[in-house]
Design a protein around this ligand. Structure first.
Ligand code: CA
Length: 457
């Protein structure tokens, strides 16, 4: 107000000077104008200085601050309980702020906080205005809450059900675990069993391999034996087949008798190949012998001899053997008897214990049959009575034969040189010379029965 007044005075003075000196007043006007400019500048500087001091709240003696609405800060007001209360004179509403006394001075932020409070108040007002909408919302929320409660109940029920199911699942899981343990145990047992079985199989394979090797060795040995048999005749027919056609003594090796023995071979009679098993020709050998002699054989192969029951068994045990008996009397008459089948002890497990029974069949010849009645009889010697007589036929008729009760032939009897007074105790073939003629020559011989030739159409 005071500055405006001065400014008004200046303007008034200038107007008066202009009116008093209208002619020579131009220099004076310039002076006044410059003075006025200086005054305005001074006034502007003073005004600016005062304003700055005022704004910096410097206490000015000529300005009272009671009219300005600056905030009033009260510390620790008792009635509000706040540490600091900020109040604006214009509003009159205090803003209570709880401040830590040790906090730094936040007075610069109070204006910002006031603005925040105003914003909050507006928000509260808007909130009251929207209250009716909220109530509707609350009802809606309540209804939805009921629905949610129903869902929650259902979920609860499902949870309980699931919990029970979980318990059942736990039980089944326990069962499965125990089953798994059992299966693992069974697999372990099976594994050990398989291992044992494999070990057993391995042992069996090793054993089998050894057996195979043994069999191969045996096979090669048998092969060697067969090769050897080609050069080792089983009997005189093999000797003849090997190209030897001269009568004489040869070694033969019947099956199952690898040691072999010496025999006389008749290579001339009826095609040859005959193995001689008995010969009487001069009475040089005593034929009234016991069991062991007749079992093992005796005499001279080239002369009178008995080949032996066991050797005859060896030569005939496989069957298919024929027998020929050539005979001669002291008048140089000859005859023969032929039997298409002949064997000794063929069906016996133990031929000696069984008595080397005779099997003979199929007579043909010129001497008549004097042997078929002896078929099936066991061999009797003077020391082993196996005949069907109440006496010992061998002892009674001075020989050794397959006696029944007692005989129709007695080729191992006494060499009585033709007719004799005694009864049937010589070298008899009753069908040719009766029971009181002892033959000069007898020769029993065997060979494999020739296979029938294929018939020509
Ligand atoms: Ca008897």
């Amino acid at each position: 107000m005071m500055l405006n007044d001065q400014w008004t005075i200046m303007n008034n003075s200038s107007s008066e000077l202009d009116s008093k000196r209208p002619s020579k007043h131009k220099r004076c006007c310039n002076f006044l104008l410059w003075s006025l400019v200086v005054l305005v500048l001074i006034a502007s500087v003073v005004t600016a200085t005062v304003t700055i001091l005022y704004l910096n709240q410097y206490p000015l003696p000529f300005i009272s601050r009671g009219g300005l609405s600056s905030p009033v800060i009260a510390t620790n007001p008792k009635e509000s309980g706040a540490l600091v209360t900020v109040s604006r004179v214009a509003d009159g509403e205090p803003i209570s702020i709880f401040l830590d006394p040790n906090c730094p001075d936040f007075s610069e932020h109070f204006l910002r906080w006031e603005a925040l409070q105003s914003s909050l108040l507006r928000t509260l007002t808007n909130h009251n205005a929207d209250d009716w909408q909220e109530r509707g919302l609350v009802q809606k929320l309540s209804e939805e809450l009921k629905v949610l409660s129903g869902h929650a109940h259902n979920l609860r029920l499902e949870y309980d059900s699931l919990k029970r199911g979980h318990g059942v699942l736990d039980q089944r899981l326990d069962g499965l675990q125990s089953e798994q343990s059992r299966i693992v145990q069974v697999l372990s047992d099976s594994h050990s069993g398989v291992l044992k079985l494999a070990a057993g199989l391995s042992d069996s394979l090793i054993s089998l391999q050894r057996e195979t090797e043994s069999l191969q060795r045996l096979k090669s040995e048998l092969s060697r034996d067969n090769t050897h048999a080609a050069v080792r005749p089983r009997d005189c027919s093999d000797v003849l087949a090997a190209g030897v056609s001269q009568d004489g003594v040869y070694s033969v090796f019947p099956p199952h008798d690898p040691d072999g023995f010496m025999v006389y071979c008749d290579m001339t009679t009826d095609g040859g190949g005959w193995t001689v098993i008995q010969r009487r020709e001069d009475g040089s050998v005593n034929f009234f012998k016991g069991w062991d002699a007749y079992r093992d054989g005796f005499g001279t192969t080239t002369g009178e001899h008995w080949l032996g029951l066991h050797r005859i068994y060896s030569l005939t045990r496989l069957g298919g053997v024929e027998l020929r008996i050539d005979m001669a009397d002291f008048d140089n008459a000859t005859a023969f008897a032929h039997y298409s089948d002949f064997s000794v002890g063929r069906d016996s497990v133990n031929p000696e214990e069984d008595g080397y029974p005779l099997s003979v069949d199929g007579y043909s010849g010129t001497a008549g049959d004097a042997l078929l009645k002896h078929s099936g009889m066991r061999f009797t010697t003077k020391d082993r009575d196996q005949d069907q007589s109440e006496n010992n036929c061998a002892a009674y008729y001075q020989g050794a034969w397959w006696y029944r009760n007692c005989h129709t032939s007695n080729l191992n009897g006494q060499y009585l040189r033709g007719g004799h007074a005694s009864y049937a105790d010589g070298v008899e073939w009753s069908s040719w010379t009766g029971w009181q003629y002892s033959l000069r020559f007898t020769e029993m011989k065997i060979r494999p029965r020739p296979k029938p030739e294929p018939q020509q159409s």
